[in-house]
Structures are given as structure tokens and as C-alpha cells.
Design a binder for this molecule. Structure first.
Ligand code: PA5
Length: 408
């Protein structure tokens, strides 16, 4: 496996890690049994529907040819994975600008987007598994109205709207069938935050110019690699044991700002999957070296409620050399590597448990591996905790209460 994990900085005893292996293998059996609800993502990379993938890539090509801008309307799992990949990964030149709506109830945010839509050739892509999330509903009704005015009729606008939703249920599915939108399906047995490799994530990524086939290849390599379970599962065990020792917060740290939204995606994955029954690690993400100058002090000497997970990219295609001054001849990555080393040494001295995750480089193939690795880690940790990592009753509560507040 290409993604490496180093647990030396956790000070966890090998025996403690080994003692959880039997539970982990039970969790893996459950994940791969095909009998657990919402585990469709586990085997999905190994049984990719090639015809459907070709159709998705063909529609993405058409969008790239006809539009300058695609506005994706979606929130949570129907937003985060696409946004994270688009921020992180290299994109082909024919990729177009992809922007996101329906991620808040903010007029100035949507007004700015609508102004841009008025000026540019635009395609709308609405994504919702349930088809009835209010943020998405509100933004879709507003932006579709703009599309109808911009392109002259409901029928003309419908040709520029793509819907991604459940195969059968929900109002968005009914609407897509009725209005004749091009549509793709989010499989019923894959929940929002595990849906990166369904059309919910893949379609916007493809329109932005990401090499979606490489991403899927990476995911499949991780799913089929004989030792894939060791690292993801050791990470899961370490998280679980640290939680049992009383740690309440996992600070996930990146040394590359392109991973900022991967951090947001991880927060959703971990937070929504594990925060149940009064338990779970509160996930926090930090962007280094920037946040060393704000949160570094707390990490070094503050209340020790946390452990750190450091995500390091090993190799950069291009490293900029500092041409003059005291650092002349060094690259920015030389400094980054020194920062990683120095921070880990200092924080270990202060007694902070540290998990390291190393990715060979930031491209679509390894990113696919990483997503699968993190989803597995999350599911296994949840199972070790004895909670269901695939439901989100708390989120459903907020949605219900909000509808009530609106008198709906
Ligand atoms: O992970 C989840 O299930 C949630 O975060 C959903 O993705 C989010 O609430 C959006 O739901 P939907 O896709 O049904 O609009």
C-alpha cells in the first residue's frame, strides 16, 4: 500500500494495538459481508459500471464544451467531496470553473453567484440524495428561475440542468423525470458522506478537469490491496485507544493549503459518523505553517484534550528555490519538511500523541487511495466504538426542527 502510517509518536504499546486486531477483523468482516446497511461504498470501486462511467464522462465533456461555468447546488455529502477534490487536485486545461450554491442561506453569497451566472454560459447541477434538503431546495428554485429567464424558457433551461439523486425516491427524482433533466444516480446503499466516488462527487470533479479514472483506480487499488487493512485499521485502533485514554479532540494537520477542503470533508466524515450516544472524537483541522502562529501555542502548552494526526505529502513535482538571502538555495518544501520534523519533535516532547500519515504525492490516483483509506478508518473506528457510523439521527433532527420553525 502506498499510504504509510507511523504510530511511533502515539506512545501506544504494540500489545495494546494488537489486542484490538480481533475486533478490527470482525469489523472488516461486517463491512465486506454485504449485509450491513449503507456499506455499498466498500465494494463499489471493484465493480465500477463502465458504461455508466462513460456516460458520466461524456456528459461532463459536453458541459465543458458548452459552458464556462457549472454551478453545483448541494450540501454536506452532496458538496464536500467534490469541493475538496477540486481544491486539491491538478486539473486538465479543458476543465471549467465549478462553483457551489445551496451551502448556506446567505443572500449576498447567492447574489454574487447569480451575477456571475448572468454573465457566463452556465450549466446547473443539482445534487441531493434525499431530494428535499432545504438549502438545496431554496437555491435550486432561485437559480433555476434565473436559468429560465436567461435562456428564454423552462424547456431551454431544462436542457442545461443536471440532477444527481436517488434512483427512485424524493422530489428531485420526480422533478428530473418530469422535466427531462439529464440525471445520474446516487446508489441507495451509499450515504452522503461516503458518496465521493458516486456521481455526487465524480461528476463535478470531471467537469472541473480532474482525472476521474485515475481517482477510481486509486480507490480500487486500496480496496483490493492485500494489506490495505493494516494501515487504515491501525489508524482506527490508534484513534480508538487514544479516545479510551480520554482524548476528546483529533486535530488533523496539513502542511499544504490545497488540502484545506479535504479537512472539511474529513470533519464531516468523522464528525457525522462518530459523534453519537455522547461519544466520538471532535475533529478539528489545522493548516500549517499558518496555524502554528495561532494554535501552535495551545498545542504545545494548552489543555491536553487532543491528539494530532499529521498528513504529509512526500513528493512535490516542482519546488520553488529561494534565490537570495539567508535561506538562499533552499526550496519552500525544504522549509516545510523542516517544519514537519520540528513540530513533531517539539509536540512529542510536550507529550502530545502524534499519528503521521504519509501520501507519496498529491495526484488523483493517490487521492483516490486516501479517500478510501479514510472512509475505512472512520467506519472501523465507529464499529470499535459500538456506534453506527452510517446514520445521522442528529442531522435529521435539525432538519425536522427547521421545517417546524418554517411552519412546514
Ligand atoms: O452525510 C449525510 O448524509 C448528510 O451530510 C447529507 O449529505 C446532507 O445532509 C445533504 O443531504 P442530501 O444529499 O439528501 O441533500
Amino acid at each position: 500500500m502506498d499510504i504509510k502510517i507511523n504510530l511511533q509518536g502515539t506512545a501506544l504499546a504494540q500489545d495494546a494495538i494488537k489486542s484490538k486486531k480481533a475486533d478490527v477483523s470482525q469489523a472488516l468482516d461486517r463491512l465486506w459481508s454485504g449485509k450491513e446497511e449503507m456499506t455499498g461504498w466498500v465494494e463499489a470501486p471493484l465493480h465500477q459500471d463502465q458504461a455508466e462511467l462513460d456516460r458520466l464522462l461524456n456528459v461532463a465533456d459536453l458541459v465543458k464544451q458548452e459552458a464556462e461555468l457549472m454551478v453545483v447546488i448541494g450540501i454536506g455529502g452532496s458538496y464536500m467531496s467534490a469541493k475538496a477534490a477540486i481544491e486539491a487536485l491538478p486539473k486538465a486545461e479543458d476543465g471549467i470553473d465549478v462553483k457551489f450554491a445551496g451551502i448556506n442561506f446567505c443572500s449576498p453569497y447567492h447574489k454574487m453567484l447569480m451575477d456571475e451566472m448572468s454573465r457566463k454560459e452556465t450549466v446547473l447541477c443539482v445534487i441531493s440524495k434525499s431530494g428535499n434538503t432545504l438549502e438545496v431546495r431554496a437555491a435550486f428554485d432561485m437559480l433555476r428561475d434565473l436559468m429560465e429567464r436567461k435562456y428564454g424558457s423552462k424547456e431551454a433551461a431544462a436542457k442545461k440542468i443536471i440532477a444527481i439523486t436517488d434512483r427512485q425516491s424524493g422530489t428531485l427524482r420526480e422533478e428530473a423525470n418530469r422535466e427531462g433533466y439529464v440525471s445520474f444516480e446516487i446508489p441507495q446503499d451509499i450515504g452522503g458522506r461516503y458518496s465521493a466516488m458516486t456521481p455526487a462527487g465524480l461528476f463535478p470533479m470531471a467537469v472541473a478537469g480532474i482525472d476521474v479514472r485515475a481517482l477510481i483506480e486509486g480507490e480500487a487499488a486500496m480496496a483490493s490491496s492485500p494489506d490495505w487493512d493494516n494501515s487504515a485499521c491501525d489508524y482506527a485502533i490508534a484513534r480508538y485507544l487514544l479516545m479510551e485514554q480520554g482524548k476528546q479532540v483529533e486535530t488533523v494537520e496539513f502542511y499544504d493549503p490545497r488540502l484545506t477542503y479535504l479537512g472539511e470533508w474529513m470533519k464531516q466524515l468523522y464528525g457525522e459518523s462518530e459523534g453519537k450516544e455522547g461519544r466520538g472524537l471532535f475533529p478539528v483541522t489545522l493548516n500549517f505553517s499558518r496555524d502554528l502562529h495561532s494554535m501552535g501555542q495551545f498545542l504545545q502548552q494548552g489543555s491536553q484534550i487532543f491528539f494530532e494526526t499529521v498528513i504529509v505529502i512526500n513528493e512535490y513535482e516542482e519546488e520553488l528555490v529561494i534565490p537570495q538571502g539567508v535561506l538562499a538555495g533552499k526550496t519552500l518544501e525544504d522549509l516545510n519538511r523542516a517544519a514537519v520534523k520540528g513540530v513533531i519533535a517539539a509536540h512529542r516532547k510536550a507529550g502530545v500523541p502524534i499519528i503521521e500519515i504519509h501520501i507519496p504525492k498529491l495526484d488523483a490516483y493517490y487521492y483516490g487511495q486516501l479517500l478510501y483509506f479514510l472512509q475505512t478508518t472512520c467506519a472501523v473506528t465507529g464499529m470499535l466504538m459500538g456506534i453506527n457510523p452510517f446514520d445521522q439521527p442528529g442531522v435529521e433532527d435539525y432538519k425536522r426542527e427547521m421545517r417546524r420553525a418554517l411552519g412546514q
